[in-house]
Structure formats: C-alpha cells, structure tokens
Design a protein around this ligand. Structure first.
Ligand code: NAD
Length: 283
C-alpha cells in the first residue's frame, strides 16, 4: 500500500504508547482512525489530538480479550466507516517473574489480551478488510517473540504465537491482496511497565528505569509500522536489540539459551546473596 490518504485504519491499544504514536502518524498522512482501547480517558485525550490535526476519527471503548466486544466493535466500525483498509492489532500487556510463581489467572489475562485479542481482531475484521482492492494487517509482536527468556515465559509465548499467526496469515491472505506484517520493536519507553503484572514493586521500578533510560520513543515503532505497510514486509525489527536477538537465535539456536541460562543463574545467585546479607544485617 503506497498511499495512506483516505484510508481507514483500526488501531487497538491506541490510547497510549505505540498505538497512540501510530494513530498520530497515520492521521498526519491523511488516514481516518478508529481508536480502540479499554482506557476511556486515554482515548479521549488521543481523540483530542486527532481533532487538533483535523483528522477524521471514531472512538471505541473495547476490551480486546472479549470476543463479543470485538465482534460489536467490528460492527460499529462497519456502520461508521463502511470499510477497513488497515488493521493494527497493537493492544498488549506484560507479566514478569518465574513461571513457578505465576498465577494462572494472570497468565489467562495475558493470553486473552496478547493472543486472543489479535485473533479476534483478525477474525472479526477480515470480512471488512476484503472489501477494498488492497488491505493490510499489522500485528504487534516483540523481540521476545523470537526466543523464550527466563521470567518472561508467558509474554514470550504470546508474542511467538502472534509472530507465527502473522506468518500463516501472510501466506493465506496474499491472494486476497491483504498484506500482513509482524512488528518486533525492542525496548520502547511507554506505559507498559506500569500496567504489567510484575513479581514485586522493586522489579517494576528497575524495569521502568531501564525502559526510561534505554527505551526509544514510541514514534520509532510507528515509523516502522508505516514502512512495513508501504513495503508490504512480512516482519519489521525496529531497534538494534531486536535485530541482534533474532540473529542470535538463528545462528545459535540452542547455544543462546545456554548462555542466557548461565547468566540468569549467576544473577539469581547474586540476588539471593544480597537478600541473605540484608537479612543477616537486619537481625
Ligand atoms: P502501553 O501500555 O503504552 O499501550 C498499551 C495499550 O493497550 C494501552 O493504551 C492499554 O490501555 C491498552 N490495553 C491494555 N489492555 C487492553 C485490553 N484488554 N483491551 C484494549 N486495550 C487494552 O504499551 P506499548 O508499549 O505501547 O504496547 C503496545 C504493544 O507493543 C503491546 O502489544 C506490547 O506488547 C508491544 N511491545 C512493546 C514493547 C515496549 O518496549 N514498550 C516492546 C515490544 C512489544
């Protein structure tokens, strides 16, 4: 797809971060945006920015993990816009911590949003995407979709599933002139850590510090998303760490996990020693 002007783009998770940045970028290129999120205040604030840009838009309060809400959302978009040219399945959340300590309800929450949200988006919007001559689906995965990492089992699994789903759809939908791109950002400074379910508040703080210090602005992903659509790319790796992760997994498919396990075990031992020292100085 070479032209964004006059196109209708549906973006989930667009009240914040990468979704918001992509909405603004597409709006500046003349697209109409259907904003979707569970956060009503965030939606209103992005809608205000779109109004200031003079961009046509609609706002939809939707929980992507709900099949019935996603079906109703597709119906609303059809009534308002009649057609969809671009679908961006972006809404996502994270969990961190060892698998053994994780609650099943947290994993179900994660899978519901990160995986089922993408499946519902593709399922309910596909009939609308088939209407224009050409259309595009963007699914936001992660560099963690390339390999499994300790303390990230649930997140890695959902993002690998999104990558695999996108590859299958890319093949199946090519004859319908519907492109599919999976996005693998790397570290991006957004609100994701705040909404994550972390093992404790210390880990949230250190992760937030890392993301604020090292993370790229969300607009870097928006740029990659538009380029992925324009060039009909199967996948876009946004930041250098995403390219490196994918490369390491490809070149050292088993060795990379041995290396990570050794590092992780050493870090764990250091953490345990720190806790022990803290405990013994306290008594
Ligand atoms: P963010 O928290 O800023 O934005 C996520 C948005 O999704 C929020 O507006 C939130 O309200 C919305 N959302 C959450 N649950 C929802 C639900 N059930 N229904 C509808 N909307 C819901 O985070 P972000 O970093 O912009 O995340 C966007 C996507 O990018 C996610 O899929 C995330 O996994 C992915 N990603 C982020 C990074 C990063 O470093 N920030 C890296 C790789 C991938």
């Amino acid at each position: 797809m070479k032209e964004f002007r006059g196109k209708v783009a549906v973006i989930t998770g667009s009240a914040s971060g990468i979704g918001r940045a992509t909405a603004l970028r597409l709006a500046k290129r003349g697209s109409t945006i259907a904003l979707a999120d569970i956060d009503p205040d965030g939606l209103e604030s992005v809608a205000k920015e779109l109004t200031e840009l003079g961009a046509k838009h609609s706002i939809h309060r939707v929980d992507v993990s709900s099949s019935s809400q996603m079906e109703a959302f597709a119906g609303e978009v059809e009534d308002i816009h009649g057609v969809v040219d671009i679908l961006i399945n972006n809404a996502g959340v994270a969990i961190a911590g060892p698998f053994a300590n994780q609650r099943l309800e947290d994993l179900e929450w994660l899978v519901g949003i990160n995986y089922w949200g993408v499946v519902y988006g593709c399922h309910y919007f596909l009939p609308l995407l088939k209407r224009p001559e050409q259309a595009h689906i963007v699914n936001v995965s992660s560099m963690f979709g390339f390999l499994g990492l300790p303390e990230q089992s649930g997140y890695c699994a959902t993002k690998a599933a999104v990558r695999a789903l996108s590859e299958s759809l890319w093949t199946e939908l090519r004859r319908d002139n519907i492109g599919v791109t999976s996005i693998h950002p790397g570290c991006i400074d957004t609100s994701i850590i705040q909404s994550s379910r972390m093992k404790n508040e210390d880990s949230r703080e250190s992760a937030q510090e890392l993301f604020s210090l090292r993370g790229a602005p969300p607009d870097a992903v928006a740029v990659a998303i538009l380029l992925g659509i324009e060039k009909n790319k199967l996948r876009m790796r946004v930041r250098p760490e995403s390219v490196l992760t994918e490369w390491l997994k490809r070149v050292f498919p088993v060795g990379v996990h041995r290396f990570i396990a050794n590092r992780w075990e050493k870090d764990q031992a250091k953490r345990e020693l720190k806790l022990e020292t803290k405990g013994s100085t306290a008594t």
